[in-house]
Design a protein around this ligand. Structure first.
Ligand code: SF4
Ligand code: SF4
Ligand code: SF4
Ligand code: FES
Length: 1008
């Protein structure tokens, strides 16, 4: 399949409302009559009529610009030759796109372009995909009367600073598409046109280098460029793609649709799909460029087993590994009982893969000990939204943000964590919507190009609930509530109880100021703006959920939305920005120990019976163990076997020492993953996983959109992950088999009312669909709770603020909070194996200048960071992004071990860990205590990975023994800086394995 997007030249005019009728106008183009929406350009109308007007500066993802003068047309009754891209259709207009005069003018324009263009088409990377080439053909250019010897730009150099694309200024036609893409689509404003007239050139930032400019490497400019000026390095290296597979990004919960453009089974480039519901043709650096991990040398392609975690891995056949794993699990259950084993599903895997894992647990393990990594991110979302509205999902689609007037952004940093949605949000903010940011850290959106938040409530970590209650206090006591909505849509008794609760003086901004640190007047102003500014939309992230009161806060936001009537239509809602690609899906699929798919409790007899009849198995009516309970029970000696599907719990879960103790206490840990991750250090069986490029299934994004993930290549392991899980279930004695993954979705649809109308065939025909999709909602549900809430009447719940037990003390006076950075993703297993390390090679600790000065900490130097559960070392960045008393880091590198210091405090309702608040102390350098308290397993794992990396990188080299012996020494004399600079040097190819060995030995000698 090749998917050729028909570029209509200019965007469709945006209606005032998605459901409203749009007036149309009738026009005639080259004798063809057509009716188009009012505001449509002549160029777009012509394209819709099947007439492509020549163009260069226009493309339908950007507003028309009118600079190239190639798209000229003649209009009856009008003088001159207007540009069709900037001319809107008017009623009865009669247009000619092809006349001798127009042909002459267009050829003249093309002659000018071509006279200043290196005519190396046959060796150009864009050969076959160049609009300049196409337009020369389209206008019938046969000669360039001006010759090629005049002043030109042909000797301009290339900018190769970006790891993923090259800028060759000599081929630039200064059409401005890249500049406009960066502004209009991405919203970064990294590019400008420098100079005037003939001297005009595209420039990145102030010094013209893409890497050092504000560019975030989203690639929108590359996609917009009509020539080879901006080209992906992979295209330069491999040539043009020959086939296309439509699939979905496997990174964040935005769920961008991509065309995987292939040569055979080699990816040439990933191009965001214009008709993708979530992204509408845009992407971020991860989805577009950071897919190289799928073929990284660290990838494990064969099953492995070992008796003890101190043994070497032994590669075996799938049959042997499955028999070995099944034998171990059966033996454990025979000795320790049916409940002594369980599984963790992954939000990185497809719905189909997740579904079969939870099915295996319930039907073949015979218990409900299945939990999902969503436990540690968005489980409070499920609890809180379900309590208020009756369903565990966000209320809107992403498009809804285009109709928001006031955006309340709480505990989320979309420009780093959900970049494509951030671009959509920024566009709306540039159009005039107001923004209120609630965050302990000054995120980019507080003030960025052409955007400045109207309110920034820089609260202390852990005080979200205090803020939401005080916002509600102002709205209720100042009578800013939407009483009509409340009386029509919500339970009156609960509202009365809640409004009395929030009206209490103890919830006023003045009373809460002592907790939150936010001046009361700022809270009052924000509350008034949200309640009176038009459509108010709440967006939130893990900065809400990963708290001891995460579920309370979700209910608090739901209360606020109901009180102001901001639900059930465009531009409003309560919207979780989900972390991983399939967090929503993994929850939908019945991964929680208490719920079957579609959020139905295991104690519900009718639901269980339905599953039991189809599966031929008995399902226990009692909920199983949650992840933290699995760990605790393992340490107590009663939980002995764990199947970990695509998660790296030894790195991603809090209090690493506790997790590792639990894993060590188990007799059989089975890991299924692409790489030998941190958790695999404790594993006895390893099943190789498949990358998203090999998977066949679906992901469900943060807006409940079910997107197809299609295989661009065969599974490099020889088996789909769901096949391995089914074979393990069979070996355990419960028959499970499917011919295709579509059959798994059919089973999901049969058993899950909200998925009843979903099938691969439908998704293939329609692109995507948002659940609920069933008889009541045959076309899916972009916006939920339109007429009434899923639970009937909305439920207000009082949300008393209970300060977290994690408080700053004399010993640990700072509060650490954590987050993500754009170029890296979660534990970094994928992105660290791509060129994205160019932007973020290590985790950094942000610290306020006053705290740094007090401690003698200097920018760029190492600091020891200690909490009551552990210590680690990070490099400091002194910045005012964080307030005094707060420090911040990311958690993308195992070496920095951010979770070594996070505690196992958790949300009262769901056990979601309180990652966002840890009391810590920071001291300069590596303290003596750090060397003593550094987690040995953590250091060892970094060494082992380095050993593997070196060994594989130099697999063909004869010095492997020397490398191994070096690593053995390194294990004893490990130092952080040694790994960093050696690894970078190896990566850069500036040293050989011999150099590594010599240098390592030299340093070891120094250390010894
Ligand atoms: S890659 Fe994206 S951010 Fe960078 S210049 Fe291009 S459009 Fe702008
Ligand atoms: S780099 Fe490409 S898109 Fe930008 S002005 Fe030049 S030709 Fe146009
Ligand atoms: S925004 Fe998220 S889903 Fe989209 S390309 Fe980036 S990482 Fe992928
Ligand atoms: S395409 Fe209309 S002026 Fe360039």
């Amino acid at each position: 399949m090749t998917l050729m997007d028909h570029d209509l030249g200019t965007p469709a005019p945006r209606p005032n409302s998605r459901n409203g009728e749009q007036p149309t106008v009738d026009v005639t183009i080259d004798g063809i009559k057509i009716s188009v929406a009012e505001g449509t350009s002549v160029m777009r109308a012509a394209a819709l009529a099947g007439v492509d007007v020549p163009k260069l500066c226009a493309t339908d993802s950007l507003d028309p610009f009118g600079s190239c003068r190639l798209c000229l047309v003649e209009i009856d009754g009008r003088k001159g030759t207007p540009a069709s891209c900037t001319t809107p259709c008017s009623p009865g207009m009669t247009v000619s796109t092809q006349t001798p005069k127009l042909e002459r003018l267009r050829r003249g324009v093309m002659e000018l372009y071509i006279s200043d263009h290196p005519l190396d088409c046959l060796t150009c990377a864009a050969n076959g995909d160049c609009e300049l080439q196409d337009m020369s053909g389209a206008v019938g250019l046969r000669d360039v009367r001006y010759g090629y010897d005049g002043a030109n730009h042909l000797s301009l150099g290339k900018d190769t600073s970006n790891p993923y694309f090259t800028f060759d200024s000599s081929k630039c036609i200064v059409c401005n598409r890249c500049v406009r893409a960066c502004e209009e689509i991405q919203g970064t404003f990294a590019l400008t046109i420098e100079g005037r007239g003939f001297g005009s050139r595209v420039a990145a930032g102030f010094n013209g280098n893409f890497f050092d400019s504000p560019c975030v490497s989203c690639g929108a400019c590359v996609q917009a460029c009509p020539t080879a000026t901006l080209t992906e390095n992979t295209v330069i290296e491999l040539g043009q793609p020959r086939r296309t597979v439509l699939t979905t990004c496997a990174y964040c919960g935005v769920g961008c649709s991509f065309k995987a453009e292939m040569q055979g089974e080699t990816v040439v480039r990933m191009t965001p799909y214009k008709n993708g519901g979530a992204n509408e043709g845009h992407s971020c650096v991860k989805g577009r460029f950071a897919w190289g991990y799928a073929n990284h040398q660290d990838r494990q392609l064969e099953p492995m087993i070992r008796e003890s975690i101190t043994d070497e891995w032994k590669k075996v056949s799938f049959e042997e590994a499955i028999a070995y794993a099944a034998g171990k699990l059966k033996d454990i259950q025979a000795r320790h009982g049916q409940a002594s084993i369980g599984a963790i599903t992954s939000s990185r895997c497809t719905n189909e893969e997740v579904f079969v894992v939870q099915k295996m647990v319930r039907a073949a393990f015979g218990n409900n000990n299945v939990d999902t990594c969503a436990r540690v991110c968005h489980s409070p979302t499920g609890f809180g939204l379900s309590n208020a509205f009756g369903t565990s999902a966000g209320t809107q689609d992403f498009k809804s943000v285009e109709y928001a007037d006031v955006i309340l952004l709480i505990g989320a940093n979309p420009t780093d964590a959900h970049p494509v949605f951030a671009s959509r949000m920024k566009k709306r903010l540039r159009e005039g919507a107001k923004l209120i940011v609630v965050d302990p850290r000054k995120i980019d959106l507080v003030k960025t190009a052409h955007i400045e938040a109207s309110g920034f409530l820089q609260l202390k970590p852990g005080t979200n609930v205090a803020i939401i209650n005080s916002l509600a206090h102002v709205i209720v006591t100042e009578k800013l509530t939407n009483d009509a909505f409340i009386s029509e849509r919500c339970e009156p008794t609960e509202y009365a109880i809640w409004s009395e609760f929030v009206s209490r003086q103890e919830n006023s901004p003045e009373a809460m100021e002592a907790h939150t640190g936010v001046p009361a007047e700022q809270v009052r102003a924000a509350a008034r703006l949200f309640a009176t500014g038009g459509n108010g939309a709440i967006y939130y992230g893990l900065g809400v959920t990963e708290h001891s009161q995460g579920s309370t806060m979700v209910m608090g936001m739901a209360n606020l939305a109901m009180a102001t009537g901001n639900l059930g239509r465009d531009g409003v809602g309560v919207n979780p920005l989900r972390g991983q690609n399939n967090v929503q899906g993994s929850c939908d699929m019945g991964s929680f120990p208490h719920e079957l798919s579609g959020y139905r409790h295991v104690s519900d007899d009718a639901t269980r019976t339905m599953f039991e009849q189809l599966w031929g198995a008995v399902i226990k009516p009692e909920p199983g163990l949650r992840i933290p309970n699995m760990f605790d029970t393992a340490i107590d000696g009663n939980f002995k076997g764990l199947f970990v599907h695509g998660e790296d719990i030894a790195q991603s879960d809090p209090n690493t020492a506790h997790v590792e103790a639990a894993l060590t206490a188990m007799e059989c840990v089975i890991v299924q993953d692409l790489f030998l991750n941190e958790t695999a250090r404790f594993a006895h069986v390893f099943f190789p996983g498949t990358s998203f490029l090999e998977k066949d299934g679906t992901f469900t994004n943060a807006e409940r959109r079910i997107n197809r993930v299609r295989p661009a290549m065969r599974p490099q392991t020889g088996k789909h992950e769901w096949q391995i899980v089914c074979e393990l279930a069979n070996a355990l004695g419960h028959p499970m088999s499917y011919n295709e993954s579509s059959e798994i979705m059919d089973e999901i649809a049969t058993l899950t009312p909200t998925f009843k109308g979903v099938s691969f065939a439908r998704l293939d025909a329609e692109g995507s669909v948002q659940w609920p999709c069933n008889d009541a909602n045959p076309n899916g549900t972009p916006i939920m709770h339109k007429e009434k809430f899923v639970r009937g009447l909305g439920k207000f719940t009082p949300t008393p603020y209970v300060p977290t037990e994690e408080k700053s003390t004399r010993k640990f006076p700072l509060l650490l909070t954590t987050g993500r950075i754009l170029s890296q993703y979660n534990v970094g297993a994928q992105t660290r194996r791509t060129k994205n390390v160019a932007w973020h090679a290590e985790d950094i600790l942000e610290i306020h200048p006053s705290d740094a000065q007090e401690r003698g900490v200097r920018d760029g130097e190492e600091v020891t960071i200690s909490s009551r559960v552990g210590n680690t070392v990070l490099r400091a960045h002194v910045t005012e992004r964080v307030a005094p008393g707060v420090v911040y880091t990311t958690f993308h590198y195992p070496i920095s071990g951010a979770n070594v210091i996070t505690t196992d405090n958790s949300d009262w309702a769901t056990n979601c860990p309180e990652y966002k608040v840890t009391a810590v102390q920071v001291s300069p350098g590596r303290s003596a205590a750090t060397a003593e308290l550094d987690h040995p397993a953590h250091r060892l794992s970094a060494l082992v990975r380095m050993a593997n990396q070196i060994a594989r990188q130099f697999a063909a080299d004869s010095n492997l023994d020397a490398v191994k012996s070096t690593v053995a020494h390194l294990e004893r004399f490990w130092e952080h800086e040694m790994r960093v600079d050696l690894a970078q040097a190896v990566e850069a190819g500036s040293i050989t394995v011999d150099d590594v060995v010599v240098e390592a030995v030299r340093r070891l000698t120094v250390h010894a």
